[in-house]
Design a protein around this ligand. Structure first.
Ligand SMILES: CC(C)(COP(=O)(O)OP(=O)(O)OC[C@H]1O[C@@H](n2cnc3c(N)ncnc32)[C@H](O)[C@@H]1OP(=O)(O)O)[C@@H](O)C(=O)NCCC(=O)NCCS
Length: 179
């Protein structure tokens, strides 16, 4: 397994992998939604607001984790949100997701990112350090349908003290259906 940040020129391949994976796990409608989200994120997000990590096996993309910037109007800390991530259906359950995230979080820390958040299953993301957060700690950019899935971690060792909002996300994530 090889981890890489080189996604330019492979946007369609990555979006197709997300669409297929989410179609398998959650149905065709979700697959189309997430595939479209990934395409828009990869093509339309400024480089400074995006970190993409892919896992490759024999040249094929078998997993990806996409982080984009969250801005807090009253806070200078560097915050990125993981959304979405996927491991190809036939490759799940073999540790690829966990290893890819461990690699990605270390690279983000080295790049000066101070806080990582995501919106997902604490049972999986808890294994790589994400812990439940309230919106008093980190206001979300849009209303959360599942507040129990709002999780985060400090990457610096500093305590995760409240982020001062309001919070905004990149354009591709700025859609109520995703939250
Ligand atoms: C969720 C996902 C990214 C996990 O990647 P993965 O490579 O299958 O996960 P790993 O093999 O690294 O699993 C690591 C651990 O988390 C557990 N785990 C995996 N997926 C889980 C889930 N959905 N819920 C709870 N635990 C999970 C595994 O059992 C494993 O624990 P163990 O080693 O104690 O058995 C992947 O299964 C996936 O793409 N699923 C469909 C799309 C999706 O739900 N994406 C996430 C939301 S954006």
């Amino acid at each position: 397994m090889e981890f890489s940040t080189e996604f330019k020129g492979r946007e369609e391949e990555i979006a197709d992998m997300f669409a297929a994976t989410f179609t398998d796990s959650e149905g065709a409608e979700e697959g189309t939604l997430i595939g479209g989200l990934v395409r828009e994120l990869l093509i339309g997000t400024p480089d400074a607001d995006l970190h993409v990590f892919i896992a490759r096996s024999d040249g094929a993309i078998v997993g990806a984790a996409i982080f984009s910037r969250l801005r807090y109007a009253g806070d200078a800390r560097s915050v990125f949100i993981l959304s979405p991530m996927a491991v190809a259906t036939g490759r799940q359950g073999a540790g690829i997701g966990r290893d890819l995230l461990r690699h990605a979080l270390g690279a983000l820390r080295d790049a000066g990112v101070e806080i990582a958040v995501t919106y997902g299953d604490p049972a999986f993301y808890g294994q790589v350090g994400f812990r439940p957060m309230t919106e008093e700690i980190a206001p979300a950019p849009l209303p959360l349908t599942h507040p129990e899935g709002w999780i985060g971690q400090s990457l610096t060792g500093a305590e995760l003290t409240p982020l001062r909002g309001p919070c905004t996300c990149v354009t591709a994530l700025d859609k109520p259906a995703l939250w």
